[in-house]
Each structure stands twice: as C-alpha cells, then as structure tokens.
Design a protein around this ligand. Structure first.
Ligand code: HEC
Ligand code: HEC
Length: 235
C-alpha cells in the first residue's frame, strides 16, 4: 500500500475511533441541560412561571407555595434524596421520596413518571426537554455522600486545586473572592450553607445564564472547586 493510501486508512480509522467520543459529548451536554431543567425547568425553556402551587405539593408544607413547588429539586432535593436527604427537615420538608433508585434505569420510566397525573408535565415541556431530564436522572447522578460529608457539609476536595480552577474559570464573573455578581449571595456563604445545591450548579450550570457547566471534566474538579468556595468569605 502506498504511503498516501496508508495515511488515508489511518485518518479513516482515527475518525471512526473518534465517533463514539462525539456521541458521549452530546450525552454530557444533554445531562447538564437536564440538570438545569431539574433546577428550574420553566426558566430554562422560557415558559411563564407557574402561578398556582403544584397539586402534588403536600398541604402539610405551608412554608413554600407557587412556582418554586414546580421545580424538581423542591420535591426531590438537590441531593436527589428527597425525604431521606437534606430536605428531611426545614422549609422544603415534604415527605416525598428521592430519585436515587432511578440511576441506571431506562429513560422511558422517567418520562412516563413526568407525564403521569402526579406530575402533569405532559405538554408543558418538549420531548427534548423530557429526554434531557431523563438522561440527568438515569445517567447523571453522583455518589453525593462520597463527595460532601453530610453532617459537617464539608466537600471532600483539594481546595488548593479548586482555587486554581476557580481563579481561571469562575472569577471573571464571580470576582476573586466570590462576591459578584452583586445580586446574588456570596459564593462562600452558599457553598457552606447548601453544598448539595452548589455542586449541581457547578456541574450543570445556572438556568438561563451564560455560565459554564463543568460536567464534562472529572467530577473531582467540581468537588475541588466546591472545597475552595467553602474557604471564601461568607459576607
Ligand atoms: C410537587 C412535587 C413534585 C415535583 C415538583 C416533582 N415531583 Fe417527581 N414525584 C413526586 C411524587 C409525589 C412522586 C411519587 C413518589 C411515590 O411513588 O410515592 C414522584 C415520583 C417521581 C419519579 C418516579 C420515581 C420512582 O421511583 O418511580 C420520577 C422519575 C420523578 N418523580 C422525577 C421528577 C422530575 C424529573 C421532576 C421535575 C421535572 C419532578 N419529579 C418534579 C413529586 C414531585
Ligand atoms: C460567564 C459568567 C459566569 C461564569 C464564568 C461562571 N458563572 Fe456562576 N453564575 C453566573 C451568573 C450570571 C449567575 C446568576 C447570578 C444571579 O442569579 O444573580 C451565576 C450563578 C452561580 C451560582 C448560583 C448562585 C445562586 O444564587 O444559586 C453558583 C453556585 C455559581 N454561579 C458558581 C460558579 C462556579 C463555581 C463557576 C466556575 C466553575 C462559575 N459560576 C462560573 C455567571 C457565571
């Protein structure tokens, strides 16, 4: 075979071996978008804020009402553990179970649940939205208690490494000490108060904001960032 022919063959082989990687990239983007939908789907898709309290929101909880009761995270938790996680108590206590058991299950099961009479989301989101949500629930879950110590809320990361990531990736928008933009609480405060929320925002991005999602990188990168955020000023 000529050198040219061989080069052509090698290029073809290289393209073929890259193909699965590009599918994986589609998947990770879908999972991250699913994570933002899980956070606040109506903001992501630009739908009007639901006005009424969600019918599945229990009447025992009078602390919350209106649009926040339509967010997946409000019923199932940032840690995906529902009544067995951080929302076992506090203003989001509902008694609703988490979604850990759905990791590794088929997307169809999740999509069927979203369209059932409990949720009533059928027709409120597109099929792509349902697919992204299902990818997040079935393929995007992390072992949360392995990365955030539940009692102390301490992230199990390397804050020095996290500082290098933060100062190069995040500081341009959030400032060197996490006090920007001005209309949100300091990142140091949020990261210590609700680390389960902050790891999800770091992995998936912020709904309808041009903020990066770190999910394509190793999970440890986001855990290291969270550890660093926990060292930043709280006010
Ligand atoms: C107002 C509260 C509420 C909201 C908001 C909510 N859910 Fe649920 N979800 C429930 C309840 C209640 C169940 C039924 C749990 C049971 O079986 O007792 C449930 C069940 C599920 C199940 C099935 C779990 C299983 O083990 O079969 C999935 C999947 C699910 N929810 C995903 C979501 C997603 C994704 C969102 C956001 C788009 C969402 N839920 C929003 C209350 C809610
Ligand atoms: C391109 C600008 C940009 C970059 C880069 C960026 N963010 Fe953000 N981020 C935002 C904006 C805008 C908001 C929403 C601010 C608001 O709600 O007022 C936000 C919100 C957040 C929130 C949610 C705060 C809340 O109130 O719930 C967290 C957590 C966060 N960012 C962490 C990070 C981390 C960690 C990085 C780096 C990995 C990062 N951001 C990089 C723009 C950015």
């Amino acid at each position: 075979m000529s050198i040219k022919g061989l080069t052509g063959l090698l290029i073809a082989a290289a393209i073929m071996s890259f193909a699965p990687a590009s599918f994986a990239a589609d998947d990770v983007a879908s999972i991250a978008r699913g994570g933002r939908l899980y956070d606040k789907w109506f903001k992501v898709i630009g739908a009007p804020k639901p006005a009424e309290t969600h019918p599945a929101w229990p009447s025992s909880n009078t602390a919350k009402k209106g649009n926040t009761t339509h967010r997946c995270k409000s019923c199932h938790g940032w840690d995906m553990m529902g009544k067995d996680g951080a929302y076992a108590s506090g203003s989001y206590k509902t008694g609703i179970p988490g979604l850990k058991q759905m990791a590794g299950k088929s997307n169809d099961k999740v999509i069927a649940a979203l369209k059932d009479s409990t949720h009533g989301f059928g027709g409120k989101m597109s099929e792509q939205d349902f697919t992204d949500l299902a990818n997040f629930v079935t393929k995007g879950q992390i072992d949360i208690d392995a990365v955030i110590e539940r009692k102390s809320k301490k992230a199990q990361g390397d804050s020095a490494a996290g500082g290098r990531y933060y100062q190069t990736v995040c500081a341009g928008c959030h400032g060197e000490t996490g006090l920007e933009p001005k209309d949100m609480p300091p990142l140091g405060k949020l990261a210590n108060k609700n680390p389960w929320e902050i790891i999800q925002k770091t992995l998936n991005g912020q709904p309808d904001e041009p903020m990066p999602a770190m999910r394509a990188f190793d999970l440890q990168v986001s855990v290291d960032i969270l550890s660093y955020l926990q060292t930043l000023p709280k006010e």
